[in-house]
Design a protein around this ligand. Sequence first.
Ligand code: FES
Length: 131
Amino acid sequence: MLSAKPATKRGDVLGQVIFCLGCCCGRPDRGHPALPVDWIKSEWKAHKLNKKIQLTISGCLGPCDVPNVVWVHTPNQSRWFGKLSTDEIYRDLVAWAISSAEHGELLPFPSSLLPHEFDRFEVPALQTSNV
Ligand code: FES
């Protein structure tokens, strides 16, 4: 029987941030804004964020129609954001991760990120017909 215990022994990890860098996200050659991956990695390393908030640069996560995608996964929630297109929003997200790590808890997401949230598995409304 499977156990409900966490798969990680790193009990002080608050969550994981997964930036998509796939077939569409972060690909200027496909008409999408670049993902500042080197800067994100350097910030994560400089602030030792991986001890609290793990960073993953992923291949395609699936919802290519809303690039650029980031998925924030925590013990209590799974949040998806897309159409990230400015350096400012990446700075806000990294600043959120730094502040959350310093506080030892996940803080509310920056307000600049919230309009970018989408439902990964939204079920389209059923269409009915009178025919
Ligand atoms: S490339 Fe990012 S969701 Fe497909």
